[in-house]
Design a protein around this ligand. Structure first.
Ligand SMILES: Nc1nc2c(c(=O)[nH]1)N(C=O)[C@@H](CNc1ccc(C(=O)N[C@@H](CCC(=O)O)C(=O)O)cc1)CN2
Ligand SMILES: Nc1nc2c(ncn2[C@@H]2O[C@H](COP(=O)(O)OP(=O)(O)OP(=O)(O)O)[C@@H](O)[C@H]2O)c(=O)[nH]1
Ligand SMILES: [K+]
Ligand SMILES: [Mg+2]
Length: 461
């Protein structure tokens, strides 16, 4: 495909040692040669591909020097976009890099849209859609593990598996086609069903396996939504501050200090937590506090993990017992805080209410127990679940939704095949499954979707 030539600043804005302005397209080299002056007087076009050259950028209309640069020259198709690519390495000041960009635009390039370089890599067939999405995940990854998942997907692991599944479906579609075309041969029909069933069941099992990785994959990408709850003044905000190692939430001795939801992102031993501090839950006449309490109850329901805080120095109250009811069936850890004060709580009673959930005692004031809590969180998350590093995870909400839909359609096909439904009816479900899986890799994706996906990228990517 032939496109115009695009340009953008590909490094973050702000001061740095070096910044890069990248060009891609059929005119990239011509535009660069219009403004680049090497000491040798040689043009870039006359150089070997994948080489870097020192020189100056001049305004071609006045021959005034604009910048001192290093220019990388990469001829397609062995490039990021498969097109001719020029990368201008200039000084990393805001004025410098903007000057270079505006010079390049005046010399004939068009300002790229967000994600347009990666979009071209996709449109020119270097990568598929799931690999392109992985490029963005990689940039946004906040932990090592999240980066490994993205890297793995970028290398095409998921794409390859999806390709294999689609191939199996295609083979059974072809088999059914024979059946539909030659209905007079009964033995073909007899052969078709078992072959089709076996393939469909295998595909469904593989989709199941992928979906099993999705909750972890999603957490690695988006963070484990962790909500701190408990009665007023037990030390919820103190706990948030301890985990993020900063005074982000207001702590006072007044019960009802936290009124609004406070959210902080923190990496606990490789587990990304989206940590939420809430208003202490109690009956209250204060309207503002009451709204806060309502919100606490709401976010509680959406949590992946709950840190339920109790006061070591107070006997359990009826409210505490009610909260145990509210978190029933969810993942939670009981944090019993203020162990520096005299014990009033009955630990055996707490353990009875908590069942098999873990109890951790802390004194946040004396900075005790945080290590044990972090370990409990990491253990809960990683226990028996994270396997070898070379596992294929699905972490992307779009992929997960498509896999769920494909699971439904292939299950329909399996059920129909078992119930002696005519083959051409089954074929519709198998074909739909093939299409849904195709959307993951972008084989059957429409323009609207592509534009929406790529526009979420950073500028210059
Ligand atoms: N200066 C610079 N650094 C960068 C990038 C870039 O675009 N420019 N990247 C941008 O994200 C990343 C590297 N990713 C890249 C991925 C593919 C190709 C590429 O040229 N692929 C060709 C040729 C491979 C080969 O030589 O064998 C290909 O796959 O056909 C280049 C960079 C990170 N570092
Ligand atoms: N002695 C002692 N005091 C603590 C400990 N942790 C927190 N506190 C104190 O307990 C009081 C309440 O702490 P907060 O963190 O504001 O409690 P909270 O649960 O967020 O309270 P609300 O937002 O009002 O619901 C403050 O005065 C803290 O300094 C602890 O381990 N020991
Ligand atoms: K308080
Ligand atoms: Mg608070």
């Amino acid at each position: 495909m032939e496109f115009d030539t695009i340009a953008a600043i590909s490094t973050p804005s702000g001061e740095g040692a070096i910044a890069i302005v990248r060009l891609s397209g059929p005119e990239a080299i011509g535009i660069a040669d219009r403004i680049f002056r090497a000491p040798s007087g040689k043009s870039l076009a006359s150089q070997a591909t994948h080489t870097i050259h020192y020189g100056h950028l001049n305004d071609p209309w006045t021959e005034e020097i604009v910048e001192e640069v290093m220019v990388s020259f990469m001829k397609g198709p062995k490039t990021f976009t498969r097109e001719d690519v020029i990368e201008i390495n200039c000084h990393g000041g805001i004025v410098s890099v903007n000057r270079v960009l505006s010079l390049v635009l005046r010399a004939g390039a068009r300002l790229a849209e967000p994600g347009e370089f990666t979009k071209r890599a996709f449109l020119n067939g270097r990568i598929d859609l799931s690999q392109a999405e992985a490029v963005m995940d990689l940039i946004r990854a906040k932990t090592d593990r999240a980066m490994d998942v993205a890297l793995n997907q970028m290398e095409g692991r998921l794409s390859k598996l999806i390709g294999t599944l689609r191939q199996a479906l295609l083979e059974s579609i072809a088999q059914m086609e024979v059946n539909i075309d030659y209905p007079e041969y009964d033995d073909v029909e007899e052969m078709t069903r078992p072959i089709m069933l076996e393939k469909a069941q295998w595909v469904r099992a593989e989709i199941d396996k992928l979906l099993q990785t999705s909750s972890q994959g999603k957490i690695l990408r988006e963070g484990l939504s962790t909500v701190i709850v408990g009665r007023p003044n037990v030390g919820k905000s103190s706990l948030l501050n301890s985990l993020v190692q900063e005074n982000k939430a207001i702590v006072t001795e007044i019960a009802g200090t936290t009124r609004d939801i406070i959210e902080e992102y923190v990496n606990v031993r490789g587990v990304p937590l989206r940590l939420v501090d809430t208003a202490g839950i109690r009956e209250t006449e204060d309207i503002v506090e009451r709204i806060g309490v309502e919100r606490s109850r709401k976010v509680l329901k959406e949590a992946d993990l709950i840190l339920y805080v109790l006061n070591y120095s107070e006997a359990l109250t009826p409210e505490d017992v009610l909260l145990f009811e509210a978190v029933k069936g969810m993942d939670y850890i009981v944090v019993i805080n203020k162990t520096d004060l005299p014990q009033k709580i009955d630990l055996a009673e707490v353990q009875k209410l908590a069942g098999d959930k873990q109890l951790i005692t802390t004194s946040l004031i004396e900075e005790e127990g945080i290590d044990q809590l972090e370990e409990a969180i990491a253990k809960l998350f990683f226990e028996g679940s994270i396997e070898s590093g070379d596992m294929t995870y699905v972490s992307n909400a779009r992929h997960i939704s498509l896999l769920h839909q494909a699971h439904t359609t292939i299950s329909d096909a399996i059920e129909a095949a078992q119930m002696d439904v005519p083959v051409d009816m089954i074929q519709i479900d198998v074909t739909r499954t093939w299409e849904l899986l195709g959307e993951i890799v972008g084989d059957t994706a429409d323009d609207g979707l592509l534009n929406q996906l790529f526009s979420q990228f950073c500028l210059g990517k």
